[in-house]
Design a protein around this ligand. Structure first.
Ligand code: UD1
Length: 417
């Protein structure tokens, strides 16, 4: 398996292009199942998770063509209602096909995603919503079978805001009979992006981006063509890199509106942030101040930026507290950061970080997607050599990250094994 080797403490300067958003692209590619004919999607990032969803859509009977960052999908041939274990186990977001399959084929059989490194991550809210819309749910042999002659619009209350749960039910509801109202919906920009695509396809959706989304079912949708929004988590990762390394990095093609919580916290650490349309410049300073962070559903501070901020706090002046409220067990990067000299102690869902003057390079193991990004950041600021093993997590969600950092001046390389 490949590894990434970094010689730390090189200044980072220059421009970096932000890729299309993984978490927006996944549900949008899946939405192609809702209409016959060729859909076309541009600015799709080249990532392993995108590869996984393409494989799954092909398995279901769709025709998928890729040309650079452009993906075309025609699901007129949709014939298979089963998402098998081999495909779902690689990527939890495969569960997104559940709603569209029931809407189009009246049935779906999807392998249960099971636990993963960052917590239990159940799908009960996806299933409860579909059940409320009239579907029959059966769980057996590690699979969930969902069937419904038709889906009926309903009032659905999420116990907690769920991103893929909201997306799944939105896609189920666009072709349902009557009106569906989703209460306590997730408000992430990726939800708004999906709603915009569905609306272009002919769906009737109001309120995406707020807690209440109202969907009036229609009988048929048309294929469409759209460009994927920029990846706010990739953008946030480069912003932290600049703040961490006294860098001067300008992000090109990002959407600063989606990064408000990250911008505000980073500014409190002392970094200078200049926004100009879709350009965002971060200038790191000599002194990094400690800030406390609590992860929350959007528009709160994103859990997907928690590990990266922990690296920044590891070399900040003073003590900070990071509280993770979205996922249990999302501190698995802590033990690796401690091996690089960070002072972190965990109590329940909070981490107390006492900043140290420097980190030292070490061989480390990447454990999940965002934890992997945090180890790259730690390697960039650490003295000496850091070797990050098991980088397949990184390739799931960051497009050519080592090449982007290399262009900014980092001494970083991928070693093929
Ligand atoms: C999505 C993102 C992921 C991000 C997460 C939180 C994608 C592909 N992934 O994941 O990068 O970290 O949002 O911003 O977009 N929950 C339940 N029951 C359910 C569903 C969720 O209890 O049926 C709980 C989860 O355990 C978690 C919380 O709800 O505590 C939020 O999870 P959710 O928003 O569903 O995360 P994902 O959609 O899987």
């Amino acid at each position: 398996m490949d590894k990434i080797v970094i010689e730390g403490c090189h200044p980072l300067k220059g421009d970096v292009n932000i890729s299309g958003s993984k978490n927006a692209a996944l549900p949008i590619l899946v939405s192609s199942l809702l209409a016959d004919g060729w859909n076309s999607y541009s600015n799709v990032p080249a990532l392993n998770d995108i590869q996984s969803i393409k494989l799954l859509l092909s398995h279901l009977g769709a025709r998928v063509e890729t040309e650079g960052d452009l993906i075309r999908i025609d699901s007129s041939g949709l014939c298979n209602h089963e998402a098998p274990y081999e495909l779902v186990r690689k990527m939890r977001a495969s569960i997104l096909v559940l709603g569209p399959l029931v809407a189009r084929l009246k049935k779906a059989r999807v392998s249960l995603p099971g636990g993963c490194a960052i917590g239990a991550r159940p799908i009960d809210l996806h299933l409860k919503g579909l059940e409320r819309m009239g579907a029959t749910i059966k769980l057996s042999h590690g699979y969930v079978d969902v069937s419904a002659d038709y889906l009926q619009g309903e009032e659905i209350f999420f116990d907690t805001p769920t991103v893929t749960g909201t997306e799944n039910l939105m896609m189920a509801a666009v072709l349902a009979k009557g009106v569906t109202v989703l209460h306590n919906s997730a408000r992430e920009p990726e939800i708004v992006a999906l709603a915009e695509v569905l609306t272009k396809m002919g769906a009737d959706i109001m309120g995406a981006g707020s807690e209440v989304i109202t969907i009036k079912g229609v009988s048929v949708l048309q294929p469409t063509s759209v460009s994927i929004i920029p990846d706010r988590i990739e953008a946030g990762t480069f912003m932290v890199a600049s703040a961490l390394n006294k860098g001067d990095i300008t992000l090109l093609g990002c959407d600063p509106d989606h990064l408000e919580a990250v911008i505000q916290k980073l500014a409190l650490t002392g970094a200078k942030i200049l926004v100009d349309g879709t350009r965002l410049r971060v200038i790191g300073t000599d002194r990094i101040d400690s800030v406390n962070i609590k992860t929350l559903p959007y528009p709160g501070f994103p859990t997907d930026m928690q590990a990266q901020f922990m690296v920044l706090m590891s070399v900040a002046k003073g003590v900070s507290m990071i509280t993770e409220t979205i996922f249990e067990n999302r501190f698995i990067h802590v033990s690796e950061l401690k091996r690089m000299g960070a002072h972190i102690s965990i109590s329940g869902n909070s981490a107390r970080i006492r900043g140290v003057s420097s980190l030292s390079g070490a061989p480390v193991m990447a454990t999940d997607l965002r934890a992997s990004a945090s180890l790259i950041l730690a390697g960039l600021v650490a003295h000496g050599k850091t070797e990050i093993n098991r980088v397949y997590h990184l390739d799931r969600g960051y497009e050519a990250i080592e090449k982007k950092f290399e262009r900014l001046g980092a001494a970083i390389r991928r070693v093929k094994e």
